[in-house]
Design a protein around this ligand. Structure first.
Ligand code: NDP
Length: 452
């Protein structure tokens, strides 16, 4: 890292203490921009790094609600409106007990470059709460969402800030949030994406992140004259992204063999086929059960519970060629990365946000594998959210085929942008390439718009 970036990082850490995920996300982006920044002194004199890493606005608020037993509960709500150089703030809401300001800031920062890469007119934001949906009844989730939106509705709008889903926020939660926004503002508008199909949602939005991560992997493989057909894939998570990653892998003839949740993972050597995937979708989206039940239903599969004392995740230690981390941040450490390489993995496409630590990322790059970083590989979700906004503005809806065609084109363009800026001899550094491509558009737009 150059002294400019080292000094910058020291100042950022001092100014934003106790936010390690935010520091990590900023270091990952700016660390890879160092050489490029030397060639553009105007960014330095305009203090673009200082401005782009400082949210335009941070909202933190109390979310009181009543449990089914009539007991008062209090959670904390967040919305970080990070950057509006390219359009209204746009990014998901995460409901998970681990949520804090640093996590939301890291996600909002990543979103800035990801949204830029999609080529669509979207700024960046992210939000959520430390509310834990696990074990809560539908009515408790509804009361929480209503309380959360009662405050959030003052700050968002279809031309201002358009939230969507993330961990713990799926179709059910978006429905409750949308209903309350409509009630508070007396307006039926495209203020959220990921809506139900009957009330303004887009076809392919639920599938988009997972499908996009697989399309991105296929694009990377094609640069070496390969396809995904016949390849074995390790997938983590079992939520929205993991489920549709599996579905698209099956469409393209690959074999997913793992899935996980926060209590452990299953390994099914015979492959998770369409029937088994249907079981998982029903288990997770309707019954809201645990992944361990997969191994109770399919006896050949093995369930391994999480062991917090281990220095690696055994999920990443199986023979495979493809890897799709689709659960959460920092789920692949350097030991996991080494295990993946030892087991024959040559393609990593990140569905989750920042799932690899900086050390793991560097190991993938040193080994010159096809490594698709999250802000490029998982941008399909927000891209189709952008298309949902377009359809809402037009008051029209496009067919499944139309939306999927747009998604495939956008993933190709994102891949191309990574190649354009990341080619180093006969290797493509998609981390560097995607960071530069995403950064330039936002930074130049900020310069155009003056000191705001
Ligand atoms: P879901 O809530 O649908 O699923 C999350 C999955 O990851 C669950 O299986 C969950 O297990 C597991 N998980 C979550 N946190 C942890 C943790 N701390 N340790 C272990 N497992 C965990 O979320 P999504 O599928 O939507 O999101 C997954 C990832 O993809 C996130 O990083 C998200 O930011 C990213 N992403 C999502 C997009 C989207 O469109 N939904 C778009 C772009 C990125 P459990 O149920 O036990 O908590």
């Amino acid at each position: 890292m150059s002294t400019y970036i080292t000094d910058f990082m020291a100042a950022l850490k001092a100014k934003n203490p106790a936010e390690p995920e935010f520091h990590q996300a900023v270091e990952e982006v700016f660390g890879s921009l160092a050489e490029f920044l030397d060639s553009r002194p105007e960014y330095r004199s305009s203090r673009i790094l200082e401005r782009i890493s400082e949210p335009e606005r941070v909202l933190m608020f109390r979310v009181p609600w009543l449990s089914d037993k009539g007991e008062v509960q209090v959670n904390r709500g967040f919305r970080v409106e990070m950057n509006s150089a390219l359009g209204p703030y746009k990014g998901g809401l995460r409901f998970h007990p681990s949520v804090n300001l640093g996590i939301i800031k890291f996600l909002a920062f990543e979103q800035t470059f990801k949204n830029s890469l999609t080529t669509l007119p979207m700024g960046a934001g992210k939000g959520g709460s430390d509310f834990d949906p696990m074990g809560k009844s539908d009515t408790e989730v509804m009361r929480f969402c209503q309380s959360f939106m009662t405050e959030l509705s003052r700050h968002i709008g279809p031309n201002t800030d358009v939230p969507a889903g993330d961990i713990g926020v799926g179709g059910r939660e978006i429905g409750f949030l949308f209903g309350q926004y409509k009630r508070m503002r007396n307006e039926f508008t495209g203020v959220l994406t990921g809506k139900g199909l009957n009330w303004g949602g887009s076809l392919i939005r639920p599938e988009a992140t997972g499908y996009g991560a697989v399309y991105y992997a296929a694009e990377m493989a094609a640069t070496r004259g390969e396809t995904l057909e016949g390849k074995v894939a390790l997938v983590s998570g079992s939520g929205n992204v993991a489920q549709y990653t599996c579905e698209k892998l099956l469409d393209l003839g690959a074999k997913p063999v793992t899935l996980s949740d926060s209590s452990g993972y299953i390994y099914d050597e015979e492959g998770i086929d369409r029937d088994k995937l249907k079981f998982v979708m029903q288990l997770k989206n309707e019954r809201r059960g645990r992944i361990r039940e997969y191994a109770e239903e399919y006896r050949n599969a093995v369930f391994t519970p999480v062991d917090r004392g281990m220095d690696h995740n055994p999920l990443w230690n199986h023979k495979a060629q493809l890897c799709f981390p689709s659960a959460t941040q920092n789920e692949v450490n350097i030991k996991d990365a080494q295990n993946l390489l030892n087991n024959g993995v040559t393609v990593v496409s990140e569905g989750a946000n920042m799932p690899s630590t900086i050390e793991a990322t560097n190991l993938f790059l040193e080994n010159r594998i096809l490594y698709g970083p999250a802000k490029a590989a998982n941008a399909g979700g927000v891209a189709v959210s952008g298309l949902e906004m377009s359809q809402n503005s037009l008051r029209m809806s496009w067919t499944r085929e139309e939306v999927d065609k747009h998604l495939q084109r956008i993933m190709k363009d994102i891949h191309k942008a990574g190649q354009t800026w990341g080619t180093e001899g006969n290797f493509v550094n998609y981390v560097k390439g995607s960071n530069i491509a995403g950064f330039i558009k936002v930074a130049d737009s900020m310069l155009d718009q003056g000191l705001v």
